[in-house]
Write a protein that binds this ligand. Structure first.
Ligand code: BTN
Length: 327
């Protein structure tokens, strides 16, 4: 009913709507309307009430509910169904369950906070309430499982493009999918796949973007390596507007990838990754490998030349940049 009341109040933004009119249109008692208005106020909606004239919506909070997002969404299919939660253990885990139960491509899970936000390689993703963006998108690409890393690169390019279009800043990508501003991580991606040997059932694209964190809010261990859009832009971020950019870029890049294959995508990724010729240390499955990055291959794996001149293909791991040896 919250949704319906808000919709009615929004239909006449500057005028009052009487309690009687609302109760008549929603077929509920005036007491029920009054209770729901109070509930909306508790959620952060500013609703003016006048005994004579009724209710008027003054301001909406920056919540990521379907009601706040749908009116501004510009996509054709991504985010047409949004599952919103105040708190979840992890949006990826929830999206995975929904996908197992048949959720469709493009459905999105959003949480205002996560109790057990998951990062790559078993790490924790710091997910305090109402400040940032924690979302997971369900995709069902008809590609072979060995191409799944390309979906990761696609999501990294889309996230970087969304940040650029929203802020005017130029984010870089650290292989495979850390999004950096001024060398500090502003967003990270955790993509999970459910597949058979030759067929992907679904991919969960998990994206965490630091939007309104101040420096002191980050845990000490990551403070020096992390940033937020608020820090970089010097002003608070309207999360729902950023989400609108992000979902549009995801839909755009996913469509390009499915239609045109990896060439355009890999070019966009390389333009942001500046990885060729970098001296890197990669930790992959517990092993540390030092070498020079040659490129990413057409499946999105990192190709390294090790100190003894051998080439290694790395599909998962963590990269540390050392001195740049050639460009
Ligand atoms: C990383 O860089 O380590 C990846 C971080 C991914 C965090 C996001 S937040 C939304 C989604 N749900 C999760 O539990 N993790 C991802």
């Amino acid at each position: 009913m919250d949704d319906e009341i808000l919709q009615l109040l929004r239909e006449s933004p500057s005028a009052f709507l009487s309690g009687e009119e609302i109760s008549h249109r929603l077929k509920v008692s005036r007491t029920a309307v009054w209770k729901r208005i109070n509930h909306l106020r508790n959620l952060g909606y500013e609703v003016e009430a006048s005994t004579r004239s009724g209710y008027r919506l003054i301001q909406s909070p920056d919540l990521l509910t379907p009601l706040e997002i749908k009116p501004i969404l510009k996509t054709n299919w991504v985010g047409k169904k949004i599952h919103h939660f105040h708190s979840l253990d992890s949006t990826n885990s929830k999206a995975y369950q929904l996908a197992l139960n048949g959720a469709e491509e493009g459905e999105v899970v959003i949480a205002e906070s996560q109790e057990k936000g998951r990062g790559r390689l078993g790490r924790h993703w710091f997910s305090p309430p109402f400040l940032n963006l924690y979302l997971s998108v369900i995709l069902r690409p008809k590609i072979s499982p060995h191409q799944a890393p390309l979906i990761t690169l696609m999501a990294a390019v889309a996230t970087a493009d969304a940040i650029q279009k929203f802020s005017g800043l130029f984010p870089l990508i650290k292989w495979p999918n850390d999004i950096l501003l001024r060398d500090r991580k502003v967003a990270g991606l955790l993509n999970e796949i459910h597949s058979e040997m030759d067929r992907i059932h679904f991919v969960i694209l998990g994206i965490g973007a630091n939007l309104n964190m101040d420096e002191k809010m980050f845990p000490k261990e990551i403070r020096a390596a992390a940033t937020s859009l608020k820090i970089e832009m010097g002003r608070p971020i309207l999360r729902k507007v950023f989400l609108q950019f992000l979902l549009l870029e995801l839909e755009r890049w996913y469509t390009i990838f499915l239609r045109e294959g990896s060439t355009v995508l890999l070019k966009a990724w390389r333009d942001r990754a500046h990885i060729k010729g970098r001296r890197v240390k990669v930790t992959s499955f517990g092993e540390a490998i030092v070498g020079t990055a040659i490129d990413v291959d057409s499946d999105g794996a990192l190709i390294l030349e090790t100190t003894n001149g051998k080439r290694k293909r790395i599909v998962a791991g963590d990269v540390e940049y050392n001195r740049k040896v050639k460009s």
